[in-house]
Ligand binder design. Structure first.
Ligand SMILES: Nc1ncnc2c1ncn2[C@@H]1O[C@H](COP(=O)(O)OP(=O)(O)OP(=O)(O)O)[C@@H](O)[C@H]1O
Ligand SMILES: [Mg+2]
Length: 258
């Protein structure tokens, strides 16, 4: 699967990235705090987060259940607004953007991959991948070419008309990866993307995402408990009780040197 990417696919992805003037910028969080209010109880989910996430890297956020991983991804992905602090994504201060601008920003710059795939059950693989492109001005012929290229890139050209219910878990996640990359985002956020997969399928999905990151210079930020994801990461951010405890950079390079 991971070795079937044709050269044309890479060329098209790169071309569209260049057309968008896709310069890579770090994700920066400064003194970010987020507290959920549950009835009368305040639940601090993120406390004084100061962080720089390098572009064009595989970054994993690790920590125990309830430590704030999903909240952190949601804040970076402009799904959740922090109560305080500053968040910079693709050079934009997202905290001060209006809701309409945020939706547009998300659609143009970000891709999302979820633990439970979050595909539309009534749509085929083709239609699920096409869906985010319908929100852009891409002409129909170009859209078709792009969806076919993405299906090919994730090894599912022969499953274009299958609905999610007619696919295996690994195949569903491959559709979700193709959908996340459809609009040529600078940044893909993946919340526990291998949690519902067996370790063999999980390894294939990680390899596919790594290849996409290396070939197309997309930044990937994961939350994950999966040692396979951690083993493949460039940088690891450790979070506990809403606070960053430590950050390890260039994990694989260190291993290579050791
Ligand atoms: N919508 C919400 N309302 C109230 N509290 C919430 C909400 N979402 C998350 N929390 C709380 O915020 C904290 C962080 O939750 P979060 O989902 O970010 O953790 P997590 O590290 O992703 O955990 P897991 O590994 O189980 O997915 C937890 O204490 C959680 O109970
Ligand atoms: Mg979570």
């Amino acid at each position: 699967m991971a070795s079937t990417m044709p050269n044309t696919a890479g060329t098209i992805l790169r071309e569209s990235r260049n057309l968008q003037g896709n310069t890579m910028q770090p994700v920066i969080l400064k003194q970010v705090g987020k507290t959920y209010q549950l009835d009368s109880v305040a639940v601090p989910a993120l406390i004084d987060i100061n962080l720089e996430i390098r572009p064009d890297c595989f970054t994993v956020i690790s920590g125990p259940s309830g430590s704030g991983k999903t909240t952190l991804l949601n804040v970076i992905g402009c799904i959740d607004k922090p109560d305080q602090g500053e968040v910079l994504v693709a050079g934009q201060a997202t905290m001060t953007m209006k809701d309409d601008d945020l939706s547009d920003f998300r659609a143009r710059h970000l891709g999302f991959i979820f633990q439970n795939f979050n595909l539309m059950p009534v749509l085929s693989s083709y239609e699920n991948i096409e869906y985010p492109l319908l929100l852009t001005n891409m002409p129909a012929a170009e859209r078709k070419k792009r969806v076919m290229m993405l299906l090919d890139a994730v090894g599912l050209a022969d499953r274009a008309s299958n609905r999610p219910g007619q696919l295996s878990g690994g195949q569903r996640q491959r559709v979700a990866i193709a959908r996340a990359l459809a609009t040529s985002p600078k940044l893909v956020l993946a919340d526990e993307p291998t949690a519902n997969l067996d370790s063999f399928t999980g390894a294939a999905i990680i390899a596919l995402m790594r290849r996409m990151q290396r070939e197309h210079h997309v930044s990937f930020i994961f939350s994950s408990h999966d040692p396979q994801v951690q083993a493949e990461a460039d940088d690891a951010i450790f979070i506990r009780d809403g606070r960053i405890t430590h950050i390890e950079r260039d994990i694989n390079q260190k291993e290579a040197v050791a």
